[in-house]
Design a binder for this molecule. Structure first.
Ligand SMILES: Cc1cc2nc3c(=O)[nH]c(=O)nc-3n(C[C@H](O)[C@H](O)[C@H](O)COP(=O)(O)O)c2cc1C
Ligand SMILES: CCCCCCC(=O)C(=O)O
Length: 345
């Protein structure tokens, strides 16, 4: 993978300005967006020495899926803005890299068409004001082979982005906006439900028969409530700094959630993860895996499926080298000793 900054610069040169800003931007003053990356960088590492790392294994298992590395693709909306093959290309590149795709409810291609290109994939669920839209989408995803649902809990309303130029500047065709919202003809009817609650975890479990993870958890009390409602996993996330600006960086929220969960379900994290060092830091703080948002969009914009594969392969290789440098032969041997707690807590 190109260094992240170079990849982002290449994507910026290729994309219309309004699209780049939609993807890259955050809400409010973009303080959480900036802090997500900075917070990983503040964590100092404590490498082990004189360990045999002649063979380093980044492979892992997550809710029954075998993965080439603990790096997944985060759900992001509207991939047709980045590439004409849209989520189909993302799915193919992700499969070729041995990773797992979390497909957005706001995808710009139909779930059935994306599933045809995908390896293991989960559906990210937005609960819409019209719950019938969500119900229909979940049923189609189950039929198309989704292995889990990811309920996003941080978007009862959509955060205001300072770089937003309005819908029309993006040039997103109506059929791409509504690709998975059966029967809808107008985008205004596809509003987020502001009354989404923990009870929706139960609803989605019963509706789908699938494991339901919750994305957007930043606090111990919320983590415990999700588990009480049968969540099969949690994703520590602040939506890449796009929802409540000023929200805590995910690297800072992760230890609190990991402690509350106490090993009962896997805890994942996203937001500002850009390097193998960040992956190691996340695992050392107790995450089972990380998710990548914007880097995958830049890969898609610069090289379609191949670009997505390059980003994921590049991060896997960087993770392998980082593990070797830290004296760790495989992902399951990562422990809390690898980060300097004195600087952290
Ligand atoms: C352009 C864009 C669109 C997104 N769309 C969704 C979405 O549809 N559903 C969702 O749960 N999260 C969405 N997210 C948040 C990502 O899933 C993820 O939490 C975030 O991008 C991770 O941070 P990173 O981009 O710094 O890696 C979106 C993020 C971006 C940048
Ligand atoms: C009607 C706008 C939907 C925004 C949802 C996509 C998203 O989560 C994000 O852009 O962030």
């Amino acid at each position: 993978m190109l260094p992240y900054e170079a990849l982002e610069a290449e994507a910026r040169a290729r994309l219309p300005e309004a699209v780049f800003d939609y993807y890259a931007g955050g809400s409010g003053e973009e303080s959480t967006l900036a802090d997500n990356t900075a917070a990983w960088g503040r964590l100092r590492l404590r490498p082990r020495v004189l360990r045999d790392v002649s063979s380093v294994n980044t492979g892992t298992e997550l809710l029954g899926a075998r993965l080439a590395s603990p790096v997944l693709v985060a759900p992001t909306a509207f991939h047709s803005l980045a590439h004409p093959e849209a989520e189909r290309a993302t799915a193919r590149g992700t499969r070729e890299a041995g990773s797992l795709l979390v497909l957005s409810s706001r995808a710009s291609r139909r779930v059935e068409d994306v599933a045809a290109e995908a390896g293991p994939w989960w559906l990210q669920v937005y609960v819409f004001k019209d719950r019938g839209l969500t119900r229909a989408l979940v049923r189609r995803a189950v039929a198309a082979g989704a292995r889990a649902l990811v309920l996003t809990g941080d978007t009862p309303v959509v955060g205001r982005k300072r770089r937003d130029r309005g819908d029309s500047a993006l040039g997103l065709p109506e059929e791409d906006f509504l690709a998975n919202l059966e029967g809808l003809t107008r985008r205004e009817l596809a509003e987020q439900a502001p009354d989404v609650t923990f009870a929706d975890i139960d609803w989605l479990r019963e509706l789908s028969g699938l494991p339901v993870l919750v994305k957007g958890v930043l606090r111990a009390d919320d983590a415990r409530a999700c588990l009480h409602h049968g969540a099969a996993g949690l994703i520590v996330s602040n939506h890449g700094g796009r929802q409540l600006d000023g929200a805590v960086a995910t690297a800072e929220a992760l230890p609190e959630v990991v402690e509350a969960v106490d090993g009962r379900v896997p805890v994942l994290v996203d937001g500002g993860v850009r390097t193998g060092r960040d992956v190691l830091r996340a695992l050392a703080l107790g995450a089972r895996a990380v998710l990548l948002g914007r880097p995958v969009l830049w890969g898609l914009a610069t090289g379609g499926a191949e670009g997505v594969r390059r980003v994921l392969d590049g991060l896997r290789e960087d993770t392998a080298r980082t593990l070797a440098l830290a004296g760790v032969p495989d992902v399951s041997s990562v422990g809390a000793d690898l980060v300097a707690r004195t600087l952290w807590r």
